[in-house]
Design a protein around this ligand. Structure first.
Ligand SMILES: Cc1ncc(COP(=O)(O)O)c(C=O)c1O
Length: 450
């Protein structure tokens, strides 16, 4: 048996894969990825693939970036790990200062963890405890969006709004007030821009009219609901919600786990509408896609509510063993340095434009309902009947078939149902972006028979 076969056999014997029906695994033989360089992944058979979803939305400057690698190696030799309970270390300190500097608004304190889910969990707990310690203990519930995805821990699942992922855990979850999904093509309110006057955002006022006294925070994926299929909120939606939150004493929690670090065209999606959240969750691209690190940032106002004498017990009783791991912090610092030194954000505009231009023909494709793009985040939604806006039968697994076909054109991407997701690294060249769009177009043609 060759090496690839042997690895797959051992995988099947011992591994349990995320979001995967293991009875059907591996189905088609999986690629065994053993090397990453630049914007490419290499499998054990020596094939090269463009990393069209940034390895699940994390890779920023490409794989194996020498400056990040060097920062990691230097840090390994200096200090591999030390706890932030009762001690501190230079990289945690330096990174916190950088994050405070680059994030929008008044965010001034950084709490580390290891995944987007935990960053969200921490934001929820801080928001809840903030009101307990601010003389408003009745403020105990959250508002979240229909179709939201905030991670897989129980608090994050509670505020998440994806039935399929969440239905099994119902009895374990806390209740949340739901805003209608701001999905203009399939507006749940049956309205349309501009006449709707953002009724989907105004729905927050309705919820607060009924339950305002008990609502402690609103959590949102700003501008793009990623896992829902790259659903892009209409212009003005985010700032309208932010204004209502501020007026009606609700903390605004921006989950920028997916949108942060340049994916939407600006460093953070909140900046698209000048929004200043009270809490922000970061993960994924924080280390440039190299190591698991997440951060929850809080404004000074929020932080102040946790200060008191020891026996007042206002402490935030939360912390993970690897909180603020120095190697991960060093990688994140290198990531932010590259952003600045290489002027990554300045050069991003033309890449976003190229992607938009290359995807234009797909907008007219008979089996593409919509191409949704914000920055380098793209969802291409497939439908069986475009005129009737009728989706394919789920069992046909069209999204899955398209991403498998794309591999034959040298590209790795992932579907969300029948929405094909593209999220190339920020380091992609214009040629690579053209190749990605071309490969996806061909794959869609082949699978839909158009
Ligand atoms: C918006 C958002 N929040 C939170 C998460 C969870 O992050 P993680 O998978 O690192 O726990 C994700 C993951 O895709 C996400 O897209």
């Amino acid at each position: 048996m060759d090496r690839t076969q042997e690895l797959i056999k051992q995988d099947v014997a011992n591994l349990w894969h995320p979001f995967t029906q293991m009875k059907l695994w591996p189905g088609e033989p999986p690629l065994v990825i053993e090397r990453g360089q630049g914007n490419y992944l290499y499998d054990t058979e020596g094939n090269r693939y463009f990393d069209g979803v940034s390895s699940l939305w994390v890779t920023v400057h490409g794989h194996g970036h020498p400056a990040i690698n060097q920062a990691i190696m230097d840090q390994v030799n200096q200090l591999d790990h030390s706890t932030l309970l009762g001690l501190t270390h230079p990289k945690a300190v330096e990174l916190a200062a950088e994050l405070v500097r680059v994030t929008p608004g008044e965010l001034s304190k950084v709490f580390y963890s290891e995944s987007g889910s935990t960053a969200v969990e921490i934001a929820l707990k801080i928001a809840f405890q903030f009101w307990q310690q601010s003389g408003r203990p009745e403020k105990k519930t959250f508002v979240a969006l229909s179709g939201a995805y905030h991670g897989d821990t129980l608090g994050a699942v509670s505020v998440g709004g994806m039935e399929l992922f969440h239905q099994a855990y119902g009895p374990l979850l806390f209740d949340v007030h739901r805003l209608p999904q701001p999905h203009c093509r399939r507006c749940p309110l049956g309205l349309g821009l501009p006449g709707c006057d953002l009724a989907c955002a105004e729905a927050l006022n309705d919820i607060l009219d009924q339950h305002g006294d008990e609502v402690c925070g609103l959590i949102i994926e700003p501008r793009v609901q990623g896992a829902a299929g790259m659903i892009i909120q209409p212009q003005g939606y985010l700032s309208r919600l932010a204004a209502i939150c501020r007026e009606r004493e609700v903390l605004l929690i921006a989950d920028e786990v997916a949108t942060g670090f340049g994916r939407t065209g600006l460093m953070f999606a909140c900046q698209l509408e000048g929004v200043q959240p009270d809490l922000m969750a970061l993960g994924k691209g924080l280390t440039g896609g190299t190591l698991p690190l997440a951060a929850t940032l809080a404004s000074d106002r929020v932080y102040q509510a946790f200060l008191g004498e020891f026996d007042e017990f206002k402490t935030f009783f939360h912390g993970h063993t690897y909180t603020g791991n120095p190697i991960a912090c060093a990688a994140a610092l290198a990531n932010l340095r590259i952003m600045q030194e290489d002027q990554v954000m300045t050069r991003l505009g033309q890449k976003v434009q190229r992607l938009s231009q290359e995807l234009r023909p797909l907008r007219r494709h008979p089996h593409v309902a919509e191409v949704r793009q914000q920055g380098l985040m793209v969802g291409v939604e497939l439908v069986q009947d475009k005129a009737a806006d009728r989706p394919y039968e789920p069992g046909l697994r069209m999204g899955h078939r398209v991403i498998m076909a794309a591999r034959n054109h040298g590209v790795i991407i992932r579907p969300l149902g029948d929405t094909v997701v593209l999220m190339p690294p920020l380091s992609s060249s214009l040629e690579e972006i053209s190749h990605l769009a071309d490969a996806v177009g061909r794959a869609i043609d082949e699978v839909t028979g158009s």
